[in-house]
Design a protein around this ligand. Structure first.
Ligand code: FES
Length: 365
């Protein structure tokens, strides 16, 4: 990988240069300048720095599917929260110190929702403990912190849209569906799951437009849908927005060319399958044990078997939670976060970064 080129940002775009970054920030904060005798600050943008932590409190909790709870998080003083757009997510610091990302599933266009963020979390008994902590310990009154919402899955409001949601994958799509409906777009939603009781927000979605919402369950159809079956709902030339488990995304990607749809935007639940991986080795400290990393597994997964307390969050190379220090070896950086300077300084994100076949990465662990 060319280290002289900065990695793209969270949105997959190249980083802007300093001048244009300044210009964009200035325009965003003070727009609209024309037509006003004075430059006015955009009231939607608070003065707080983007990295400032938000103090939040759980104000409501409700069950929205068999093993899914929805939480409403508000400023403890009841004040308005920073705005967001459909597709945005919240990075939460849980009381245990774990960090997790959850899509916002409320309606950012509803003024009544400016004082509360809504997230929905499925309980994963075999997960890393984040969902279990939320289900077991977060109740009205619990305090926690979060980063301001960020959006890596922006909705472009194309004239024709197909939304494909696998189970809890409905959360980033729900605000997009509301916006598509509000804007009079030609939209359809296919929401899939194992059975009807596992589909979050099922009644709320049906109420939006029963003719455009297609709920499809494995138990009624004898198994998960094929990519072609899902894409058959696409209006001609549609943009497809998909969020679900890895097999669903793979099936949709493979069937896209033969479908009426024109483009695909997607967000994963967690780690992407390793592509072009080679087996390599990680060593814990200069004299520590050596752990083989197979071609189809991440270094993070291997490291967590030896160090179960090693933190992580996105598993996609953009949050930085899993950062470790590299003492020796030649890594293949595959993240979307670290600058060339940070990489040269020894930072490594083992959830996605790897090494060439036979290489040994010595980590400060
Ligand atoms: S877990 Fe987010 S960058 Fe590795």
């Amino acid at each position: 990988m060319d280290l002289s080129t900065p990695p793209p940002d969270l949105y997959g775009r190249p980083r802007a240069d300093t001048f244009f970054r300044f210009l964009t920030a200035f325009g965003d904060r003070y727009s609209p300048a024309l037509g006003s005798p004075l430059l006015r600050r955009n009231p939607r943008r608070p003065y707080s720095r983007p990295t400032e932590a938000l103090q939040l409190v759980v104000t409501a909790r409700r069950r929205v599917a068999a093993d899914v709870v929805e939480l409403t998080l508000a400023d403890p003083s009841g004040g308005p929260l920073p705005g967001w757009q459909p597709g945005a997510h919240l990075r939460l610091a849980l009381p245990s110190g774990r960090e997790r990302h959850y899509s916002l599933c409320g309606d950012p266009a509803d003024p009544a929702e400016r004082s509360g963020y809504r997230i929905a979390v499925r309980h994963l008994p075999d997960g890393g403990g984040g969902s279990a902590e939320i289900h077991d310990t977060l109740h009205p009154g619990t305090r926690l912190t979060a980063r301001r919402p960020r959006n890596g899955f922006a909705f472009c409001a194309e004239p024709a849209v197909l939304f494909l949601a696998g189970g809890i994958g409905i959360t980033p799509l729900l605000p997009m569906v509301r916006e598509a409906r509000r804007n009079g777009l030609d939209w359809h939603l296919v929401h899939t799951g194992r059975s009807a009781d596992t589909l979050p927000f099922a009644a709320e979605l049906r109420a939006l437009d029963p003719a455009r919402v297609h709920q499809r369950t494995d138990d009624e159809h004898g198994g998960p849908p094929t990519g072609a079956e899902l894409l058959a709902h696409a209006p001609r030339g549609a943009a497809v927005y998909c969020c679900g488990p890895a097999p669903m995304l793979t099936a949709v990607q493979r069937a896209l060319d033969a479908s009426p749809a024109a483009s695909l935007h997607f967000e994963r639940f967690g780690a992407a399958p390793v592509t072009d991986g080679e087996p390599f080795t990680v060593r814990l400290g200069a004299d520590g044990p050596e752990l083989p990393v197979p071609a189809d597994r991440s270094a993070l997964d291997v490291l967590r078997e030896a160090r179960p307390d090693l933190p992580y969050s996105c598993k996609q190379g953009f949050c930085g939670t899993c950062e470790v220090r590299l003492l020796a070896g030649a890594p293949d950086h595959r993240d979307r976060r670290l600058t060339p300077e940070r990489r040269a300084d020894g930072a490594l994100l083992p959830c996605v970064s790897r090494a060439a076949a036979g290489e040994t990465l010595v980590l400060d662990l």
